[in-house]
Design a protein around this ligand. Structure first.
Ligand code: GZL
Ligand code: ZN
Length: 339
């Protein structure tokens, strides 16, 4: 609900902004005052983004910025550079600025209760996007829109069951395990936890599959490379790499090829995001399954922001449309990914 107090606050801020503009840029004042006058009537949303750790993240940021511009919504954007404390500071500045709505990507699930309590005390509705949070009081945020990471993990497990069905069938007589290495995303993030849980849920009734190595590469290509150098040193009987994002996968592929290992052939690779480079690797036979995680949520987010700014209710939980690309598909049908 946009209440008068905040509007007064905003008018003061905008007035202050206009005054400053007139003092420093004379000729532009006319344009600035009409522009800020127009913006006065538009919605102001504070958006805290976690950083720029992957192609997926950068596409997500562009999608939010473009959608706000298209709808005439004033976006106050902050890049937290992968630090939760920076996100909390940003949310506090949004509250001080009296934005109409706060939207943010929680880098990890915990630690949000206090700042969300402050937002609620200030009467500012909060939209959680992309990743989920865990709070004691669910009413501290209006709703969530983002990825169903549990489903992504399950899809990875289902692909492996199909891919290894013959080796699985012989397990009783051969006792031969299917060894999985997991490149884990950011520790404590809902998406890494969901992806890991989803895979384990599907494979728990298949003892022939075992996870011999699981470490966090923090969704970073550089760390995916470093971890791959390590696990390729440690093991020579890896059957599968299950990577929580394409960035880490691309790093691992680089390390494999340096050692003369053929990704997608000597070791099966399942990867999540579906950025263009992963689709190209799928077409090149270097990965075997690419699970889409959709970064282009800007338009949906801004629709929800408009509802919240108008004091309307929104769905508690909204998942975005995502699909899976298999090596056996007609890969020429996949449209350019845009990230
Ligand atoms: C998933 C998103 C993850 C992506 C990574 O919704 O939070 O963070 O899978 C990104 O590429 O860094
Ligand atoms: Zn089985």
């Amino acid at each position: 609900m946009i209440n008068n107090k905040r509007h007064l606050g905003k008018q003061f801020c905008s007035f202050f902004f206009i005054v400053i503009t007139i003092c420093f840029s004379g000729c532009a004042a006319k344009n600035e005052s009409t522009t800020s006058q127009k913006e006065n009537d538009s919605i102001i949303v504070g958006f805290s983004q976690i950083g720029a750790e992957s192609a997926w993240r950068n596409c997500n940021t562009r999608s939010v910025q473009e959608a706000a511009a298209e709808r005439g919504i004033q976006l106050v954007y902050d890049n937290a550079e992968q630090k939760q404390e920076n996100q909390i500071k940003a949310l506090r500045s949004f509250i001080a600025y009296q934005v109409d709505v706060i939207a943010f990507v929680p880098i990890v699930t915990g630690g949000w209760d206090n700042v969300l309590q402050e937002a609620r005390d200030a009467g500012i509705p909060v939209l959680v996007t992309d990743r989920k949070i865990e709070v004691a009081d669910q009413s501290l945020y209006a709703g969530f829109i983002g990825t169903d990471s549990l489903k992504e993990g399950r899809n990875a497990g289902l692909f492996l069951l199909e891919k290894f069905k013959n080796k699985s069938a012989r397990f009783a007589e051969t006792g031969e395990f299917i060894n999985i290495v997991e490149l884990f995303g950011t520790e404590g993030s809902s998406v890494a936890i969901g992806r890991a849980d989803g895979l384990r849920e599907v494979l728990k009734s298949h003892p022939e599959f075992r996870i011999i190595y699981s470490k966090s590469g923090d969704f970073l290509r550089s760390k995916g490379y470093e971890l791959a150098v390590e696990f390729l040193e440690m093991y020579d009987d890896i059957d599968v790499i299950f990577s929580h994002n394409d960035g880490m996968t691309l790093g691992a592929i680089e390390a494999m090829e340096e050692k003369g290992i053929h990704p997608g052939k000597d070791i099966v690779i399942v990867t999540i995001d579906a950025q263009q480079a992963a689709i190209d690797a799928l077409r090149g036979g270097k990965v075997n399954c690419v699970i889409e995680c959709n970064p282009k949520t800007g338009p949906e987010i801004m629709k929800l922001v408009e509802k919240l700014a108008a004091g309307e209710k929104i769905p508690r939980l909204q998942y975005v449309q995502e699909e899976v690309f298999y090596e056996t598909d007609d890969l020429s049908l996949i449209a350019p990914r845009g990230y």
